[in-house]
Design a protein around this ligand. Structure first.
Ligand SMILES: NC(=O)c1ccc[n+]([C@@H]2O[C@H](COP(=O)([O-])OP(=O)(O)OC[C@H]3O[C@@H](n4cnc5c(N)ncnc54)[C@H](OP(=O)(O)O)[C@@H]3O)[C@@H](O)[C@H]2O)c1
Length: 241
């Protein structure tokens, strides 16, 4: 039985990925959302628990709740992300940046992903064929930045990418069997992209189901050794840093 953690499994892309994995009979899912309770609940193959990746206390609680039941973890798919809230939209100009928006984006889009991997390191290392995937975004590519704007989101995704690049170097030495991947999911019809869907070209907006299948396909290719780059898009094409 494979044990897979999906962070942010109650909505958007995370929910889509959770729905697909829940049909795989060889997989136990540990699904997280900030809406779930602090206690691990569930049955054989679908477990639910709160995890707020901006809180080390919450991450610690998450770990201690799952630790007895799951001796090892075979995969982590971190779908947590923030682009806008009721207080702000992505910045169009430097005049709009604020410490609040910058730090909230950093905490959710970058820091939280690394803090979670810190605590899961030992359990991942115990698996024979483990992976850790975070959903990044092409917009975090410095080379690809032709339009400007969206300071907090761009900067936080670039920071996530740097975190993974650094971790890849460390874990190649310590745990060469752990596979890491950052994936750009493509523009997907979720709450995160809702305010920005009007100007998209026909066919550019993917459904949650399409995107989830694309991501799982790329994870499978990575696990089979068919996909080498760390930062890829939903078709498995390498994205420049
Ligand atoms: N949709 C797109 O077009 C698009 C494009 C490029 C990249 N992405 C990336 O894809 C990922 C998923 O986004 P989505 O489109 O599915 O957006 P979404 O529907 O808004 O989902 C965001 C997810 O992040 C989780 N989350 C937010 N803050 C969290 C926190 N502090 N701790 C733990 N989980 C937290 C939410 O979980 P709860 O609220 O249930 O806790 C939710 O599951 C994000 O990283 C996003 O940047 C999306």
């Amino acid at each position: 039985m494979k044990n897979i953690i999906i962070i942010g499994a109650n909505q958007g892309i995370g929910k889509g990925i959770c729905d697909i994995f829940s049909k795989k009979i060889d997989t136990s899912i540990i699904a997280t959302s900030r809406c779930y309770t602090d206690e691990l609940t569930g049955s054989d193959r679908l477990w639910k628990i709160n995890c707020d990746i901006t809180s080390e206390h919450s991450i610690d609680n998450f770990h201690s709740q799952i630790t007895d039941k799951f001796s090892h973890i075979d995969g982590i798919i971190n779908c947590a992300g923030l682009l806008h809230t009721i207080d702000y939209l992505p910045e169009k100009s430097i005049s709009q940046i604020s410490k609040k928006q910058l730090s909230e984006n950093y905490q959710i889009n970058a820091m939280g992903h690394l803090l979670l991997l810190k605590i899961m390191e030992k359990k991942l290392a115990k698996s024979n064929n483990p992976f850790a995937v975070s959903i990044s975004a092409r917009i975090g590519s410095i080379k690809d930045n032709h339009l400007g704007g969206w300071y907090s989101y761009r900067m936080s995704k670039a920071a996530l990418n740097m975190g993974f690049k650094t971790l890849e170097i460390e874990w190649k030495r310590k745990y060469p069997h752990i596979k890491l991947m950052l994936i750009h999911p493509g523009t997907t019809d979720t709450n995160l992209s809702k305010p920005f869907q009007k100007r998209l070209k026909k066919g550019q907006l993917h459904s949650i189901e399409q995107t989830s299948e694309n991501i799982i396909n790329q994870i499978e290719k990575k696990m089979n050794g068919q996909l080498q780059p760390l930062f890829v898009d939903f078709e498995g094409l390498s994205i420049e840093w």
